[in-house]
Design a protein around this ligand. Structure first.
Ligand code: 6MZ
Length: 337
């Protein structure tokens, strides 16, 4: 099964750029950024992928600081973006939607952050034979005016790069910031034709979950704390839940893999996609996520293929792109039979 899953062409719809730098790539990048690999840095890397039992979601967010230091310059960000794309391609991911929060510091403006990531995507997609899209992220822990700048840039750049910038991600620590404050800017993005992938119900906040469902979205990140009627609504509206198994278990939002809502979604034949979230931080790959699903819920090979085809349907890709992706997946299944 593992071999089948490794070779299977995969679709990744929920991947945060800085969270997707794996430990090997962090070391490679650190050697470039700092010149040498110190023992202290290696120790820091080991600490970074370790999760104590009962880890809390808030603790995960502290881990992103390490990557943010490495990607605080144009060169660091370029290398990191290329390494992340390379690593997805190595795992036979043929289509990835990367999300990232544009950051400004003394080296870069938010615009140059996005330009840098876009430049690497343009350069590397063919090199690694992978289709890459970009969803600029709104970090809910930051002020609304930062979100306004991000959306304005996304709107402007999506007119220049309509094949790459296709949507907006709403993310960040769900225990910080209020969704309601971001509604006008998210609406603006939507009115300009950008799709919304929103982290929703990652924590138990019934009022906010109701506000988000009423507002609507194209895809729902995590959806862990949706009520029965929330799940029903998602099914009726054909809004897929982006299920990130390892992330949810390691960050403690799901008690253990046995009770993950993927099982419920499979049984209800509700829309869902399997994703990594932060393959570096949570030390996983999309192959690992599929394997975990087969081991935990008894998914068969054909169910894994069906899940992948479902991901194609929910991708923010064009009809032609979807057709190409489906043909690649179909041709893999034929070769396996
Ligand atoms: C919510 C998350 C997240 O943007 O610097 N991020 N937001 N829930 C999660 N579940 C664990 N994992 C990552 O990538 C890292 C950023 O993505 C968001 C956080 O804002 C984190 O700082 P970028 O590339």
């Amino acid at each position: 099964m593992l071999q089948f899953l490794r070779g299977m062409p995969k679709i990744e719809l929920h991947a945060h750029l800085n969270g997707s730098l794996n430990i090997g790539s962090i070391r490679e990048l650190a050697a470039k950024v700092y010149g040498v690999q110190t023992k202290e840095f290696s120790a820091l890397c080991e600490r970074f992928i370790k999760f104590e039992k009962g880890a809390k979601l808030d603790e995960c967010f502290e881990k992103f600081g390490l990557m943010h230091e490495l990607t605080a310059t144009k060169e660091g960000l370029e290398s990191a973006t290329e390494l992340v794309i390379r690593d997805f391609a190595k795992d036979n991911v043929i289509y990835v939607e990367l999300r990232t929060t544009p950051k400004s510091n003394e080296n870069m403006s938010r615009r140059s952050y996005l330009d840098t990531v876009l430049g690497v995507i343009r350069k590397t997609s063919d090199l690694y034979n992978i289709k890459v899209k970009l969803l600029p992220s709104i970090n809910r822990a930051e002020p609304v005016d930062v979100a306004e700048e991000t959306v304005a840039l996304a709107v402007e750049l999506s007119a220049i790069e309509p094949d790459i910038i296709v949507g907006i991600d709403f993310s960040g620590n769900p225990n910080q910031g209020k969704f309601k404050d971001f509604m006008p800017v998210l609406n603006k993005a939507r009115n300009h034709g950008l799709k919304l992938a929103m982290h929703c119900a990652e924590v138990d906040n019934p009022l906010e979950i109701r506000e988000m469902l009423r507002f609507g979205m194209s895809r729902c990140g995590h959806g862990t704390y949706l009520s029965a009627s929330g799940f029903e609504y998602m099914k009726e509206e054909n809004i897929p839940i982006e299920c990130c198994l390892t992330s949810n278990v390691k960050s403690g939002t799901v008690a253990n893999i046995g009770v993950h809502h993927l099982k419920q979604l499979m049984e209800a034949d509700a829309p869902k996609v399997l994703c990594t979230d932060d393959s570096g931080v949570f030390d996983t790959t999309l192959t690992d996520e599929f394997f975990l699903a087969t081991e935990s819920f008894g998914l068969t090979r054909s169910q894994c293929i069906a899940l992948t085809m479902e991901a194609v349907e929910h991708a923010f890709a064009t009809r032609e792109e979807k057709l190409m992706l489906k043909m690649q997946i179909y041709s893999y299944t034929r070769r396996q039979n």
